[in-house]
Design a protein around this ligand. Structure first.
Ligand code: HOZ
Length: 428
């Protein structure tokens, strides 16, 4: 494939934008080479500025569940834009989307819209602290909850990909209020809770992790967290930025049958536009300004274009048919990849939940950050570039989950599996 125009654009971008990108994972640093610059996308396919076509397995990191440039979302945004793009005043569509989200997600009465998943998680923790009057939180190693200070401690995603899981710039004071536990280690959480009894406001977790690859929770672990939080008066916060409206209409809570106290959303709830949200029962949400004292605000929050995209997306997903089809396609991909890698004797572990899946180049199970980090990154690099050269776009980091979209057809999946068959000999 020819990446000439992408290379030229990347060079120019680096002059004006740090690292040439507006979010680190995009820079391809973990896999080497030049990031491809997107020209356009439709359905399952991305087209770069050099005219190459790729089957897209990241779907803008999750939100495009029904594929790129999905018609109902497009027309909703275009129609809305003609009526004005931002007011900083209330609009009816905010309530419409809020009511629909509340009807789809278990265990919430109210929702507040913000502009990104980062904002959602940051605000959720402030609310939890304001509600409980406690300062400390527990987060899990390898989980990523956006880039606000309290979470950039042993974070996953780009933070770990670029060797800064605990970022400079986060003060010692902030860091000491974030306690760390291992994903899927209930015993470790119990010890931490005992050690800090009476100090903990919240426990925040990706109920299915997607920022150390895809890592499912052990049912005993996730149910155990619920029990500990209820017994100790700690709020359980599910970061459903990736899983919300993707794994099921009711997100991970529905799939895992575990109730959280505060839910964080992003990506999907904006149909691919910049939206985040956090939600809980009234008893908790009434502590939020202007009703209560916990402050949170934003001029672009509830932006009409973003709300219209989110509303069109959730209406489509609420019909419920997509989830079965997506899970079946993802299972088909899983089997196909597994067969090829087995045939070529390439050690691997594949994790999958619904339409989230990741391939780890190791022979052991991947259940937490330590086991995810022990994958063979050299093989991953060859795999990523090999697939890219065949027209398959995968996450450019071993620490990210793939997200399938329902525009991907079985022909696309066969093409992807055949691409892997072609490059498999080079993975040794
Ligand atoms: N943190 C995102 C994936 N987990 C990547 C965002 C981006 O680079 O667009």
């Amino acid at each position: 494939m020819n990446y000439q125009r992408s290379s030229a654009l990347f060079k120019e971008a680096q002059q004006y934008i740090p690292g040439g990108v507006n979010s680190p994972v995009r820079a391809f640093k973990a896999v080497g080479g030049t990031p491809i610059f997107v020209d356009k996308a439709k359905g399952a396919y991305l087209y770069d500025v050099d005219g190459n076509r790729y089957i897209d397995f990241i779907a803008s990191w999750g939100p495009l569940i029904l594929g790129h440039a999905y018609e109902p979302v497009l027309s909703a945004v275009v129609d809305k834009a003609k009526l004005g793009t931002s007011f900083g005043m209330p609009t009816a569509i905010e309530t419409e989307l809020a009511a629909l989200a509340v009807s789809m997600v278990p265990n919430i009465d109210q929702i507040r819209f913000v502009n990104s998943g980062t904002e959602a998680c940051m605000s959720a923790i402030r609310l939890a602290r304001g509600y409980t009057g406690k300062d400390k939180i527990i987060k899990f190693k390898g989980c990523y909850h956006g880039h606000s200070d309290a979470f950039l401690i042993q974070a996953g995603s780009g933070a770990v990909t670029f060797g800064a899981p605990s970022s400079p710039g986060v003060t010692r004071g902030t860091a000491q209020d974030t306690l760390l536990a291992d994903y899927n280690d209930l015993e470790g959480v119990l010890n931490l809770v005992q050690e800090h009894r009476g100090e903990l406001a919240a426990m925040i977790i990706e109920p299915v992790a997607g920022n150390m690859g895809c890592v499912p929770p052990d049912p005993i672990f996730i149910q155990g967290l619920r029990k500990i939080c209820s017994e100790e008066g700690i709020l359980l916060v599910f970061d459903e930025v990736m899983t919300g409206f993707r794994l099921a209409a009711g997100g991970a809570q529905e799939v895992l049958d575990v109730a959280a106290d505060i839910l964080c959303f992003g990506k999907v709830i904006g149909g691919g536009l910049p939206v985040g949200a956090f939600a809980a029962k009234k008893e908790i949400m009434r502590h939020l300004a202007p009703e209560g004292p916990v402050y949170q605000a934003g001029t672009l929050s509830g932006n009409p274009l973003a709300m219209s995209a989110g509303l069109a997306m959730l209406k489509a997903l609420n019909k419920g048919v997509t989830y079965k089809s997506l899970a079946e396609k993802t299972a088909y991909l899983h089997r196909g990849i597994q067969e090829v890698l087995n045939r070529h004797n390439i050690p691997h572990t594949i994790n999958r939940v619904g339409s989230m899946i990741s391939v780890h180049f190791c022979a052991h199970e991947v259940v937490d950050f330590t086991t995810a980090a022990a994958g063979d990154n050299d093989t991953f690099k060859k795999y990523f570039h090999g697939m890219l050269s065949q027209g398959v776009y995968l996450p450019p980091s071993a620490y990210e989950s793939y997200f399938l979209n329902d525009a991907i057809s079985y022909e696309d999946l066969d093409f992807t599996i055949a691409a892997l068959e072609k490059i498999a000999p080079s993975l040794h």
